[in-house]
Design a protein around this ligand. Structure first.
Ligand code: AMP
Length: 401
């Protein structure tokens, strides 16, 4: 079912409650990375061009349901002021009389930023009364542009939608749903998926779902070792999830029966410890010395995976190929980023999700060469696992065409 978009709303001089994702790293009152704020600006400007009154709400960090000055959104109000070129009023609570009075006094084109919604435990509990109070700050209009939080059934994401007349996606949310939705529902084939990162447990459902819809699945990162061990390969002291070995073995069996191309690394960069100065060696699969760990894919794997990517018409990537935060082990992840950038330049759709893959893309200066870099790590994974996101289900259905 298609959902209402902000473009379907009559925002003119109306007070609209916008759930945005301003969950940015802040230390000593300074914003260390403003990307999430920049990505939602288009939606904010869209509202302001229509003379709406914007009531902005977000969470920041995990304050455990009570106020914590370290996790205040106040620094974001200052940055927004500069970015939007107009005053942004900050309100010290997201409900109650201060918020109500500030909202009531707004004029067309005003922007109000509410304090962290997670300062109230009712937010994560999806409490009805709290949701109703948030909704009362709007004039029946709600816009959700926080894709990164759409997998959470929280009050400002789900509960609030019951108390407004229209709940619509913002422009960023719409773009996320379009790219991820199109890729998974009607991919141009071959459709190649690349998964990495540490934990198999986070990605089991993703592997299962992708086995049904992709043409091949390339697995790197630590999660590959759980699969390799399940196949009986010696993997030295590489990180393995012992309690997931059986499941990994089962997935490999399924892939074999379905003749599905589930591809694992054929060589590895190994070292005795995760350390910048550790001795590093490249070994073929099965040749990891005792006590050494696989910390990145090797050059043969990078070439093998890159060839597969070069033949794709749609590529989705989530999770690093190695311990990319430590310089000597970032090589494989960057090689995959390059392969994605190269294939994208031939008109292929590439989609990258997850904070680590995104960080690797930015580090290698390749982010601009990817079709779509998703802002939501957890949300994009749930999407790849074939789950419906509660924050999207809650939006108003679009009637008619
Ligand atoms: P995840 O949160 O599951 O996406 O995992 C991301 C983390 O996996 C990153 O911090 C990487 O350093 C880590 N990682 C990737 N490959 C390996 C590996 N071979 N050994 C240990 N950690 C890894």
């Amino acid at each position: 079912m298609r959902k209402l978009s902000i473009r379907d709303l009559d925002l003119h001089e109306k007070r609209v409650f916008m759930r945005v994702d301003f969950n940015v790293p802040i230390s000593q009152g300074r914003i260390r990375d403003d990307m999430r704020i920049l990505q939602t600006l288009e939606t904010l400007r869209y509202g302001l061009e229509r003379n709406a009154k914007l009531v902005l709400a977000s969470h920041l960090g995990r304050p455990k349901g009570k106020p914590d000055p370290e996790q205040s959104l106040r620094p974001v109000a200052e940055l927004l002021h500069d970015l939007l070129g107009r005053p942004v009023q900050f309100v010290e609570d997201c409900i109650g009389p201060v918020a109500g009075q500030a909202a009531a006094a707004m004029k067309p084109g005003d922007v109000l930023l509410l304090e962290n919604v997670r300062f109230h435990k009712e937010e994560e509990a999806n409490d009805e009364e709290f949701a109703r109070q948030l909704a009362s700050l709007s004039e029946g209009l709600y816009v959700n542009d926080a894709f990164g939080t759409a997998h959470r059934a929280h009050a400002s994401v789900v509960g609030i939608t019951k108390f407004v007349e229209q709940a619509a996606s913002g422009l960023l949310m719409e773009r996320e749903l379009k790219f991820l939705g199109d890729a998974l529902e009607r991919p141009v084939r071959p459709f190649v998926a690349v998964l990495g990162g540490a934990k198999v447990s986070d990605k089991i459902e993703v592997v299962e779902h992708l086995m049904h819809i992709a043409d091949s699945l390339l697995i790197g990162g630590a999660m590959a070792y759980t699969f390799l061990k399940a196949k009986g390969m010696p993997i030295g002291a590489s990180r393995v999830e012992e309690d997931k070995l059986e499941l990994a073995g089962h997935l490999l069996d399924e892939a074999r029966k379905a003749k599905f191309r589930l591809l694992l690394p054929i060589d590895h960069a190994v070292a005795p410890s995760i350390d910048e100065r550790a001795k590093m060696r490249v070994v073929d699969m099965g040749k990891t010395p005792l006590g050494w760990m696989g910390l990145d894919i090797g050059p043969k794997t990078a070439a093998f995976f890159s060839d597969e990517i070069a033949r794709a018409r749609t590529v989705v990537w989530n999770g690093p190929m190695g311990v990319f935060e430590v310089e000597p082990f970032s090589w494989g992840t960057i090689a995959i980023a390059r392969a994605l950038a190269a294939v994208t330049s031939t008109g292929v759709t590439s989609i990258v999700g997850g904070g680590d893959s995104m960080a690797a893309l930015r580090k290698s200066g390749l982010a601009d060469r990817i079709t779509h870099v998703s802002t939501g790590g957890g949300a994009s994974l749930e999407f790849l696992a074939g789950r419906k996101l509660p924050g999207v289900i809650a939006l108003t259905d679009k009637v008619g065409r």
